[in-house]
Write a protein that binds this ligand. Sequence first.
Ligand code: PGA
Ligand code: MG
Length: 232
Amino acid sequence: MAATTPLRGVKAAIIDLDGTMLDTVLDIHAAINMMRADLDLEPMPVAQIRDMIGKGSDKLVRDVLAIDYDAAGVELRFQAAFDAYQRHYETINGDHSTHYPDVAEGLQTLQDDGLRLACVTNKPIGLARPLLELKGLSRYFDVIYGGDSLEKKKPHPMPLLQVCKDFALAPQQVVAIGDSSNDAQAARAAGCPVLTVPYGYNHGESIHETDSDGIVDTLLHAAKLIRLHNAK
Ligand SMILES: O=C(O)COP(=O)(O)O
Ligand SMILES: [Mg+2]
């Protein structure tokens, strides 16, 4: 683990949701295929959907439609397909999702060490909030932003900078932890240190290709690393 000095003086953490705290691909897969069934389209395999996750629901729905339709066809169907995706997702939200190892333990350790926690996800807030609640994770977060909470979503730095403002901290004091280049790019643009986990969805690319301040096996590992760098 190299170049970890950026973690010194960290007082808050911004945690990503899909692919970092919860393995949600099977929920997303189910909702996408319900939407596709409405359009009389064949179901898609999980692996194909997995690599499309990360840039928010609108981009996902557009990319899925683009498999079967040209650009004009996608635009024609987008709004109805997006609404159907959201509606179907709400009916199964969390049913097929599981915690990654040591998620609650990691969040608890960060909190015990005095860090304030925010969740910044590209998932729509209307899905993210109930999912975090259902999975017993809401209580760790002072702030939760979804992909539609603010004008811009990751990889734009806006949601991360908003958290820094909410917490009255400088970006260097707020570490972002996520599973994808989206999270890392947002953090770099905001000036936040960033740690990545290797087990999530990174658009089919290895996390080793992503510029970060370190790769951690779990959120508990991240918490311990942050503790180590903040030890007096
Ligand atoms: O919904 C997405 O596209 C990804 O969500 P995430 O930002 O929590 O990984
Ligand atoms: Mg993610």
